[in-house]
Design a protein around this ligand. Structure first.
Ligand code: ADP
Length: 341
């Protein structure tokens, strides 16, 4: 096992190849051709440290020159040495490219780490900010309720109207904060597991039973696959899409929703189709952005976080999400999840 691991190390592979090439070079006089084999030794070290690449290139150059000194007769020496010189130049050109590549790789790794740290910082900030905002808001909501309960008779009509506004807006802000918290919590300390999408949808339907009954919605579900994923996140993904399909239905029409999945090049492609109001073509990408809404709250209530949430869940699973829609004729939201094949 240890032996196998040692042999997989590029430096060891490089040294073994170097020894083999050196032996071949002593036995068969290959001239410039041997330079190609030596270049391969350097290429193997492309991800090694700059010091190793440099030391290796010096060793290769010495080996290239030792062989003709040991084996060549003086009559043909100059041709051999020119050939060897060309081989050494090729080795150093490749060594130069390898060091450039390594430097770029170091820079890229540094930026990736910085980006990951900044991302984590930002997510923590969102979580802490939204978490801490909830506390004063709860106090506001509590006191507005108290005012309503104990003083509404003593207040005039206008003051009561203002109280209703304050109550509505603070409840809306509370919902926004809750959804932001859910958003920043996506994928945190969760484990991947096999999730049966059929039973997941059944659970979502149970949770939405009242909404489904109130709107007279029909949901047709095809046979769905099992996927490797984060169960809670996938459940919220389906839930958000079904809620939207119910919410954005046409006036005097009952929502009709179809959920299906097909396999496609290593992915499961899910489709959630509705017969709703549809989305204008120029907003098909925008709607996935945070807080992006196409309607005011009095028309359709919402926070503008639902689809951003869905997009984040799908990305977390390594998939993509798009919408296909005809205004006034309905929308189909597609998302992909790798099928592990
Ligand atoms: P919210 O529903 O809270 O406004 P979303 O992020 O879920 O936020 O949706 C963003 C916008 O996309 C919605 O305001 C709506 O205009 C549009 N939208 C989402 N789903 C649908 C749908 N099934 N049919 C039509 N429009 C939709």
């Amino acid at each position: 096992m240890i032996k196998n691991n040692v042999l997989k190390h590029p430096l060891i592979q490089g040294i073994i190849l170097l020894i083999i090439v050196f032996i071949i070079d002593i036995i068969i006089p290959l001239g410039v051709a041997v330079g190609v084999l030596y270049v391969c030794c350097i290429v193997l070290l492309i991800n090694e440290s700059l010091k190793r690449i440099l030391l290796f290139s010096i060793s290769v150059s010495i080996l290239i020159m030792i062989v003709p000194i040991l084996t060549t007769n003086m009559g043909t020496a100059w041709v051999v040495f020119v050939n060897r010189g060309i081989s050494i130049i090729s080795v150093w050109i490749v060594a130069f490219i390898a060091t450039k590549h390594k430097k770029l790789r170091i820079k890229m790794d540094k930026y990736t780490t910085q980006l990951e740290e900044k991302n984590k910082e930002l997510e923590n900030f969102t979580y802490i900010a939204s978490h801490d905002l909830q506390e004063p808001l709860r106090t506001v909501i509590g006191f507005v309720e108290l005012l309503n309960k104990e003083y509404s008779e003593k207040l005039d009509e206008n003051a009561n109207k203002y109280l209703v506004y304050i109550s509505k807006t603070s409840n809306r802000m509370s919902t926004l904060i809750k959804r932001l918290l859910e958003y920043s919590d996506i994928g945190h300390n969760k484990a991947l597991e096999m999730v049966d999408c059929n039973s997941l949808i059944r659970d979502v339907q149970d949770d939405l039973a009242i909404k489904i009954a109130e709107t007279n919605a029909t949901i047709q579900i095809d046979e769905l696959p099992q996927v490797k994923g984060y169960k809670t996140e996938l459940r919220l993904l389906f839930q958000n899409l079904i809620i939207n399909a119910i919410k954005y239905c046409k006036k005097n029409t009952s929502p009709e929703i179809n959920i299906s999945a097909i396999t496609e090049k290593g992915y499961w492609k899910f489709a959630i189709k509705d017969n709703g109001i549809g989305i204008p073509p120029e907003y098909k990408e925008k709607i996935f952005l945070m807080f992006e809404r196409l309607h005011c709250n009095s028309e359709y209530e919402g926070t503008g976080i639902g689809l951003a949430h869905c997009q984040k869940v799908v990305s977390l699973h390594g998939g993509k999400m798009i919408v296909d829609s005809q205004l006034n004729e309905g929308s189909t939201f597609y998302f992909t999840i790798p099928n592990g094949g």
